[in-house]
Design a protein around this ligand. Structure first.
Ligand code: ATP
Ligand code: MG
Length: 376
């Protein structure tokens, strides 16, 4: 594409939407799938003008920063569970709808997985029932809220109003009324409340948090999908006999806990999944000198660098691809990736894992170290 075609503007493929606003959410839900840039050979690249080469590299940078969502077995399993919960929640407004809590480590892909699910659900509902409700309102099957800082009930209600584009003034009750009207008129069926650990955080008791969540389920006739870190550990799903803990029992009975696990290489199934993931990523990479097995050959090394965490792996791959383009290497190897810095947690865990792999105690190869020991 030349500058003339774009009215003299080249914005690149970045999509800067805010998912916590309806307009941004719809952009994500209906945004076209990204198209993988064509893989040019070195010769083809050298035939490009300087500007076209800059644009080609720019499109590769955006592409590599947005790989996925990759449908891992964990993600597929999670979607199946979520679908069962949401699709069976057809109770009338006078009955409580069971909720789900996706609770897992940071950076494991929780938000990516739940948004992918919510996107599919949103599209499916609009396809099934039409864009407009019987009363002529826009149909909004999903509301996505991402909590921050120390959120209280009022802040939560304001976030819901903000999503719909409604005024956010007034006390907690006024806001709740406004939000309920929107839910009913726009026939919202699912609320995703991401980073729910920010509700009554810190030392606040599980009871206070359960109180907040109970409020949501009492007020809104929707399926609540909570996402958070260490929420179950607060004891929120615990059964209790004391009057205080009755609330927890009530919450626990109505909430299905779900999780996503880090990739692991302790058994053959885990090792296979790690290698399949690397093969899938490899297919997505757009570098001139890419060769089959380029990433799988680094399976041990990449596991040590990322401890099997999605966020760490994708950040490392993305930065390494950028470096491979800038340096002209056009392929990924250990030497290049070694120079790329990763997040703190991954770098900390790396040394320990690398030592274990070098000592032959751990391996990503099928058969793994256990078999090695047997044949020794
Ligand atoms: N299925 C996937 N396919 C491709 N990349 C993924 C996938 N899941 C996660 N990632 C990568 O990992 C990064 C972190 O994922 P995400 O934000 O979903 O994790 P999270 O568990 O919600 O993290 P946090 O605890 O910080 O909220 C994403 O930005 C993306 O790069
Ligand atoms: Mg998240």
């Amino acid at each position: 594409m030349s500058l003339e075609d774009t009215g003299g503007v080249f914005e690149g493929g970045d999509r800067q939407y805010a998912l916590t606003r309806l307009s941004g959410w719809l952009e994500m839900v209906y945004g076209p799938d990204r198209v993988q840039p064509t893989r040019l050979t070195r010769k083809q690249m050298s035939g490009l003008s300087r500007l076209d080469l800059m644009r080609y590299n720019d499109s590769r940078a955006v592409w590599h920063a947005n790989l996925g969502p990759i449908k891992t077995p964990q993600l597929i399993g999670l979607h199946r569970d979520l679908k069962e919960i949401v699709d069976s929640n057809r109770q009338d407004g006078d009955k409580a709808k069971p909720a789900a809590l996706l609770d897992a480590y940071p950076g494991i892909g929780k938000s990516t997985a739940i948004r992918d699910f919510a996107r599919d659900f949103h599209r499916e509902q609009v396809l099934l029932r039409g864009e407009t409700t019987r009363d002529g309102h826009r149909r909004v099957p999903v509301v996505y809220i991402n909590l921050t800082g120390n959120t209280q009930i009022r802040g939560l209600n304001a976030a819901i109003c903000r999503f719909y584009g409604l005024p956010t003034g007034g006390d907690a009750d006024t806001l709740a009324e406004r939000a309920v009207d929107a839910v009913l008129s726009m026939t919202t069926a699912v609320f995703v409340i991401d980073d729910v650990h920010f509700l009554a955080p810190g030392k606040s008791s599980a009871v206070r948090m359960a109180n907040h969540l109970k409020f949501l389920s009492n007020v809104f006739p929707v399926t609540l999908l909570y996402v958070g870190v260490g929420v179950a550990d607060r004891g929120i799903l615990r059964e209790g006999l004391s009057p205080q803990q009755a609330l927890l029992a009530q919450f626990g009975r109505r909430t299905t806990p779900l999780t996503l696990r880090p990739f692991q290489i302790d058994d053959d199934l885990g090792r296979k999944q790690w290698r399949v993931l690397l093969k899938t990523i490899e297919k997505e990479i757009v570098l001139a000198e890419k060769r089959p097995g380029m990433l799988v050959d680094l399976a041990d090394y990449l596991f040590a660098r990322t401890t099997g965490h999605f966020a760490s792996l994708m950040a490392l791959i993305n930065r390494s691809c950028l470096r491979a383009v800038r340096s002209g290497e056009e392929k990924l190897g250990k030497d290049l990736i070694d120079k790329v810095k990763n997040d703190d947690a991954a770098e900390d865990a790396r040394r320990e894992l690398e030592a274990a792999i070098e000592a032959g105690l751990l391996s990503t190869r099928p058969g793994g170290p256990a078999r090695k020991r047997r044949s020794a």
